[in-house]
Design a protein around this ligand. Structure first.
Ligand code: NDP
Length: 304
C-alpha cells in the first residue's frame, strides 16, 4: 500500500509558520501587505483570487484585491502595477494569470519590482534561481511547494536520486528542474518532443508531472517505490446527471497508487502548497523590506 502525501497538512504547517512570522514582524511595526490584481471575470481566476485574499487575511496580512475590466489597456494595467510598486504598504504583488487577450503577460510580470514579485516569475527572480541562488530572490510558488513535499519524503539532499520532470514551462517545469538540481538530484527534463516518455519516466526515483493532460501517466510508467508528484489540474467532462466533472491530475492516481512509494493526490496535493508558498513569499518580502528600512538607521548608528 503506497503512501499518500497530504498536501493540505503540509500547507497548514507552512501557514502556521507564516502566522508566527507575521506576528513577530507585527511586533516590530510591519504588517505584510499583499495586492492581487484580477483582470476580467474568468470564474476560475475569481475563485483563485478570492482564496488567496482569504488566506492572506487568515495569515494576518493586509490584503487588497484590485479588479480591472477585461477591456483594460496594457498601459493602464502597467500603471496600476507601478502604483503598487511605489506603495510601501504593499510587499507582494500578484497578477492573476492568464490575462485576457490581447493583454501580454510577460511585460506586466516584468513591470513588477522583483522584490515584490511574490509569484517568483520576474526574470530577475528566475535568473537568481537558474544561477543557483535560492536565497537571494523569491521562488515561484508551485515548484517551491512541490519541493517541500519532495523534501518531506527524501530530505534536503537528493544525491544519487534520479528526478524526471515532465513539462518545461517557465511557470513550473523549468524552475522545478532547477530546484531539484540544486538539491543534487540527477535531473531529466521531459516534454512533448521527448522520445519514449514512459521509458524515461520509469528511470525516476522522483517523478514530477506538470503537463495538463488528464491521467496521462499510467502505472507501467512508474518505477516501483518512486515518489510521484502530480502538479496537473484537469477537469474531466461531467458524468451523466452531474453539473461539473471531477478534478483530476496528470497521473492516473488509482492505477499508479499501488506502484508508487509516495504519491500526491489531486486535489489535496500540490495545489494547497501553491497558495501556502505565496503567503510565505509575501512574509519574506515584508521581512526583507522591514530589514532594508531599518538598515540605513543601523548603519548611521554604527558610524556615530
Ligand atoms: P504549460 O501548458 O505551460 O506546459 C505544459 C508542458 O507539458 C509543456 O512543456 C509541454 O511540452 C508539456 N507537454 C504537453 N503535452 C505533452 C505530452 N503529451 N508529453 C510530454 N509533455 C507534454 O503548463 P503549466 O506548466 O503551466 O501547467 C501544467 C499543469 O500543471 C496544468 O494542468 C496546470 O493546470 C497545472 N498547474 C497546477 C498548479 C497548482 O497549483 N497545482 C500551478 C500551475 C500549474 P512542450 O514544451 O514541448 O510544449
Amino acid at each position: 500500500m503506497s503512501g499518500i502525501i497530504d498536501g493540505r497538512a503540509a500547507a497548514a504547517a507552512v501557514i502556521d509558520e507564516v502566522r508566527a512570522g507575521t506576528k513577530a514582524l507585527g511586533a516590530l511595526g510591519t504588517v505584510p501587505g499583499l495586492a492581487v490584481v484580477l483582470v476580467g471575470s474568468d470564474p476560475a481566476s475569481q475563485t483563485y483570487v478570492a482564496a488567496k485574499g482569504r488566506m492572506a487575511r487568515e495569515c494576518g496580512f493586509r490584503s487588497r484585491q484590485i479588479d480591472l475590466p477585461a477591456t483594460v489597456s496594457q498601459a493602464e494595467l502597467t500603471s496600476v502595477i507601478e502604483a503598487l510598486n511605489a506603495d510601501a504598504a504593499v510587499h507582494g504583488i500578484l497578477v492573476q494569470l492568464p490575462l485576457p487577450a490581447p493583454l501580454d503577460a510577460a511585460p506586466i510580470l516584468k513591470a513588477i519590482r522583483p522584490e515584490k514579485d511574490v509569484d517568483g516569475l520576474h526574470p530577475v527572480n528566475a535568473g537568481a534561481l537558474a544561477s543557483g541562488d535560492l536565497d537571494g530572490g523569491l521562488l515561484p510558488c508551485t515548484p517551491a511547494g512541490a519541493m517541500r513535499l519532495v523534501r518531506a519524503v527524501h530530505g534536503g539532499d537528493l544525491s544519487g536520486l534520479v528526478a524526471v520532470v515532465v513539462g518545461r514551462s517557465n511557470l513550473f517545469g523549468k524552475p522545478m528542474g532547477q530546484l531539484l538540481l540544486a538539491a543534487n538530484a540527477t535531473v531529466v527534463m521531459a516534454h512533448s518532443r521527448t522520445r519514449d516518455l514512459p521509458g524515461i519516466c520509469r528511470l525516476a526515483d522522483i517523478l514530477v508531472v506538470a503537463v495538463g493532460r488528464a491521467e496521462m501517466v499510467r502505472a507501467d510508467w512508474v518505477k516501483p517505490g518512486a515518489t510521484v508528484i502530480d502538479v496537473g489540474i484537469n477537469r474531466l467532462p461531467p458524468e451523466a446527471g452531474a453539473v461539473r466533472g471531477r478534478l483530476t491530475g496528470d497521473v492516473d492516481f488509482a492505477g499508479v497508487r499501488g506502484q508508487a512509494g509516495r504519491i500526491t493526490p489531486v486535489p489535496g496535493g500540490v495545489g494547497p502548497m501553491t497558495i501556502a508558498m505565496l503567503m510565505a513569499n509575501t512574509l519574506t518580502a515584508a521581512q526583507r523590506a522591514a530589514a532594508e528600512a531599518a538598515a540605513p538607521a543601523a548603519e548611521f548608528t554604527d558610524r556615530l
